[in-house]
Design a protein around this ligand. Structure first.
Ligand code: SF4
Length: 348
């Protein structure tokens, strides 16, 4: 059965066959603008509310929620139909509120430094499952007196590997939830055909490329998809994306101790960042140490040093804040892994 946000307008119209035409707009507006559940739509007759509650079930079953003591970061672990679980993270900054959403349960990309990748792929999320994460976050933000302004597709999963469901979700978030394209960021580990499809779309969303290595030998080791799309091919697609969209592009770089945090890595990364028509911004991601996990993150002083090396080479870099846990890690999946363990522990 399709869930609440899986239906597009036409499918909703079909569901409401026999009702006055204006009901379609009423329900659509209620779900998307008011962020309301069908039983909260008090402008509808009671019987219709009951039917919609039955026929438009929620997709996400909250399994656990955790928040930092200051409430600036809220994480949900959601159960999905079939038993998979994904995470959604809401982050309040002084000047903005952002949600990080998942697009797949698990991941098929198999990056050597990522436990989610090692654990494999479960399934694609549906458009409705993706949109509902945003709706729930927007509601929580509103309840706290904030307005959700940004969506980053950096949670569990490779968004461009689930393009046919992710793009309709992007459209819905833009068209119906009212977020502007410049506040939507899709991440990718480097799926070139997906980047090229994205370049042909009419919405100029931001692109974040999880690079992690700036030469093919190291990248092939860290990110296996690099063997299919070497850096020259990936950079050509990034350059074309920038030319088509004129948006800033970022490189995500998870700093791994002694592996990609050397001066030679800064040299190579700076060269790639500057080779694009608009120089890429680099987001440096310090990894928290995780018990039982072989890869060590670069210590704090090393992170500062690496940033400095990039800036000396003319590249703007930001160190992502950790807020105690890796909510911004890698393409997000490391984050999902760490916090899933924590959330599951809390839920027990
Ligand atoms: S790092 Fe990202 S793309 Fe790579 S396996 Fe993990 S989740 Fe997938």
């Amino acid at each position: 059965m399709p869930t609440r946000y899986d239906l597009d307008r036409d499918a909703l119209a079909d569901l409401l066959t026999g009702e006055p035409r204006y009901r379609i707009e009423q329900v659509w507006d209620g779900l998307h603008r008011q962020l309301a559940a069908p039983d909260e739509l008090t402008t509808l007759p009671k019987a219709l509310r009951a039917r919609l509650t039955d026929e438009l079930p929620a997709a996400l079953d909250p399994v656990a929620t955790s928040a930092t003591p200051d409430g600036d970061t809220v994480k949900w672990l959601f159960g999905l139909d079939g038993g998979a679980r994904v995470e959604t993270v809401l982050m309040h900054y002084p000047d903005r509120t952002t949600v990080c959403v998942s697009t797949q349960a698990g991941c098929a990309m198999g990056c050597g430094f990522c436990a989610t990748g090692q654990a494999g792929f479960q399934r694609h999320l549906t458009t409705g499952e993706i949109v509902e994460q945003v709706v729930r976050a927007a509601r929580a933000a509103r309840d706290g007196g904030r307005r959700l302004g940004n969506v980053v597709f950096m949670g569990m999963g490779e968004p461009l590997a689930n393009y046919d469901r992710v793009w309709p979700a992007v459209r819905r978030i833009h068209d119906d939830l009212g977020l502007s394209a410049r506040h939507l960021t899709l991440s990718t580990v480097g799926l070139v055909p997906g980047i090229r499809r994205l370049a042909a779309e009419d919405l100029p969303v931001n692109l974040a490329v999880s690079l992690h290595a700036a030469n093919d030998a190291l990248r092939d080791e860290l990110v296996p998809i690099g063997r299919r799309y070497p850096l020259t091919v990936l950079m050509a697609a990034c350059a074309d994306y920038l030319r088509a969209k004129g948006r800033r592009l970022s490189f995500e770089w998870a700093l791994i101790d002694g592996t990609n945090d050397r001066a030679s890595d800064a040299d190579e990364l700076a060269e790639l960042a500057r080779s694009l028509p608009l120089p890429a911004h680099v987001n440096l991601i310090p990894l928290n140490p995780t018990p039982g996990y072989p890869t060590r993150g670069t210590p704090r002083a090393g992170v500062r040093r690496f940033r400095h090396l990039l800036e000396e080479r003319g590249v703007n870099a930001t160190v992502r804040r950790n807020r105690g846990v890796d909510i911004d890690a890698a393409c997000g999946q490391l984050a999902a892994r760490v916090s899933r363990v924590e959330l599951t522990a809390r839920a027990r």
